[in-house]
Design a binder for this molecule. Structure first.
Ligand code: CP
Length: 331
């Protein structure tokens, strides 16, 4: 990153300058996806391991595409196809992968703190692709990039995040990033899914959807994370939807030029009506598209440190660390 940070474990404590560097880098990389030949040589000779020990569609695919668009070699590992299924520990798995000299490991894990644990025991950049209910920093960064493409400034912007806040790593990472950039953050949902301690990070808490959405510039809807819920947090999904599903009527309370975000996967008719998810205010597919550029930016910033003194721009048409010239074989 712009500083000496070697890992991206979360957005808590990351400065506005570091976030801005990542967003600027990502913005410059968005056009690569519109090219005929979607390839830069920037990470040629580098290896990225995607260690996904929890299911994923968007994050895993976009990290792989991002690495490949920068010419890195990628390896994908899941829990069911790895020796974790034979009882090997996460620590042993990580040490064995590190012995193969990857340049970065992207990790998704159901336990909060898993990415930090890896960062403490192995010696290459670790990127948190979602750890339990803790953080999902690249999701929040791509959300920030999407918002920035449609808003003049984060300062004073009203962003309402609705849903299962208690179990949402997306909500936490967005809260940290948005507050750092100067936005006002409202968190909304049933009391059982809305932890009061998030007020200490500057969030306003709301239990009423209409009140939470009133005057909002951005509304981000979140899925009910049933895979992380232990116990009953509301009587039924139908009842939840009757209070918290974002419909066209509920959206009428927001600003006229409101934008709608959702990290996916969507449960249509539960947290968001299809007419809103697919409607004119929805930027859900822009979020997915931005995910590739944002993850290219993160890989670039972490794998090619400023200290190497060989880094130009992420858009350079020559590799950041050209292996042929380094070996004395090239021009
Ligand atoms: N937003 C998100 O993390 O989606 P996936 O679980 O499909 O990666």
């Amino acid at each position: 990153m712009a500083t000496n940070n070697r890992h991206l474990l979360g957005l808590e404590g990351v400065s506005a300058d570091d976030i801005t560097v990542l967003l600027d880098t990502a913005e410059s990389l968005t056009e690569v996806s519109r090219r005929d030949v979607k390839k830069l040589p920037t990470l040629r000779g580098k290896t990225v391991i995607n260690l996904f020990l929890e299911n994923s569609t968007r994050t895993r695919t976009s990290f792989e595409i991002a690495a490949k668009r920068m010419s890195a070699d990628t390896i994908n590992i899941s829990a069911s196809t790895s020796s974790l299924s034979k009882g090997e520990t996460l620590e042993d798995t990580a040490r064995n992968l590190a012995a193969m000299a990857p340049d970065a490991i992207v990790v998704r894990h159901p336990a909060a703190g898993a990415a930090r644990f890896l960062a403490e025991i192995i010696d290459c950049p670790i990127i948190n692709a979602g750890d339990g209910a803790h953080e999902h920093p690249t999701q929040a960064l791509l959300d920030l990039l999407t918002i920035r493409q449609h808003a003049k400034s984060f300062e004073g912007l009203v962003v309402t995040i609705v849903g299962d806040i208690l179990h949402s790593r997306v909500a936490r990472s967005n809260l940290y990033g948005l507050k750092t950039l100067g936005a006002k953050v409202r968190l909304a949902g049933p009391p059982s899914l809305l932890p009061r301690e998030l007020e200490q990070f500057g969030a306003e808490l709301h239990y009423d959807l209409a009140e939470a959405v009133r005057g909002a510039d951005v509304v981000m809807m979140l899925r009910i994370q049933r895979e992380r819920q232990v116990g009953n947090f509301f009587p039924s999904l139908d009842e939840y939807a009757s209070y918290y599903c974002l419909t066209e009527d509920a959206l009428a309370e927001a600003k006229r030029e409101v934008i709608i975000l959702h990290p996916g996967p969507i449960n249509r008719g539960i947290e968001i009506a299809s007419g809103v998810a697919d409607g004119p205010y929805s930027l859900i597919m822009s979020q997915v598209a931005n995910g590739v550029a944002l993850r290219m930016a993160v890989l670039y910033q972490l794998i090619v440190p400023v200290a190497e003194g060989i880094r130009g721009s992420a858009m350079d048409e020559t590799p950041a660390s050209p292996p042929l010239r380094a070996a004395g074989q090239g021009g």
